[in-house]
Design a protein around this ligand. Structure first.
Ligand SMILES: C[S@@+](CC[C@H](N)C(=O)[O-])C[C@H]1O[C@@H](n2cnc3c(N)ncnc32)[C@H](O)[C@@H]1O
Length: 273
């Protein structure tokens, strides 16, 4: 079993631009929400993190009541710095919730989740409960990384399993198939009576600076390792140096920066009216 990694909002937000774009691409495909006079849209953002993408929902639905849900106290604390834009009449709140066990206790017009479900093994098993919690005509929309066979991940898994790290880290690098392919998500959600739009995009992200891929994964895939080695700074630094060296070879810097291809998987499921 993996222990829960500690999240670091500041490290995560260092690459906020590249991380925001897939959310905007997801948002652009969400159909209009079911509306009724005097009833603002009710929205849940599952795995809201530091709330920086949560607030973007008000650009599309200014009067919505949006609740951000996350299981990290650090992320929720950072998120609470955000408020709904004053001129839209919307409402924003944040609550702790574990997506692995979250069963909505109210009806939503939209349940959205960006870059969370890869951390929740077996998440498709929760789809029936989440779709059931949608108003007719409501939408469940999510984005997950689909880069688990990319060198950034395979190198990490191999290093964690190397003889000199295996005892401490063997369970921390492996991420056995945490997400499905777009067609499999489409099947699952269509079987629940939804009209589904599922697709994938590989973004060629240009990163700058020294060891930019290492800096990127420090905010995400490296969290379990950093958490496992948090009481041993010497071991942590040794691991990071070794990993950085391997990443530099896999992603050599070019004249315009370091190209870091990143595949992402999207699904938008609209419940029948
Ligand atoms: C990669 S961040 C994405 C944050 C935000 N959605 C965004 O797009 O910027 C993943 C978030 O999922 C949260 N998370 C991980 N496992 C979770 C779980 N089981 N339940 C709820 N939140 C979880 C983490 O605390 C973190 O805030």
């Amino acid at each position: 079993m993996h222990s829960s990694p500690n999240w670091d909002p500041r490290q995560y937000l260092r690459h906020a631009g590249h991380r925001t774009r897939p959310f905007l691409d997801l948002l652009a495909r969400i159909p209009d929400l079911p509306t009724a006079p005097g009833r603002p849209p009710r929205i849940a953002d599952l795995g809201c993190g530091a709330g920086n993408v949560t607030v973007l929902l008000f650009d599309r639905w200014p009067d919505a009541h949006v609740t951000g849900l996350d299981n990290s106290a650090e992320m929720l604390e950072a998120a609470r710095a955000h408020t709904a834009p004053e001129d839209g009449g919307g409402l924003l709140d944040f609550r702790p919730a574990d997506a692995a066990h979250w069963v909505p206790d109210e009806t939503f017009d939209l349940i959205v989740s960006n870059a969370l479900l890869q951390w929740v093994p077996g998440h498709p098993e929760s789809f029936p409960a989440w779709i059931a919690a949608l108003r007719p005509g409501g939408t469940f929309a999510f984005q997950v990384p689909g880069n688990f066979t990319a060198p950034s991940h395979t190198i990490l898994a191999d290093l964690c399993d190397a003889p000199h790290w295996r005892d401490r880290l063997s369970t921390h690098g492996e991420r056995p198939a945490p997400v499905l392919d777009p067609a499999a998500y489409l099947e699952r959600l269509a079987a629940l009576g939804c009209e589904v739009d599922a697709w994938e995009t590989t973004y060629i992200q240009m990163l700058t600076g020294t060891d930019p891929v290492l800096d990127w994964v420090k905010g995400t895939a490296l969290r379990p390792v950093l958490t496992a080695l948090q009481d041993d700074p010497t071991a942590r630094d040794a691991f990071l140096a070794e990993y950085a060296d391997l990443l530099r070879k896999a992603y050599p810097p070019g004249p315009h920066g370091t190209a870091f291809p990143f595949r992402r998987i999207f699904a938008v499921a609209r419940k029948a009216e």
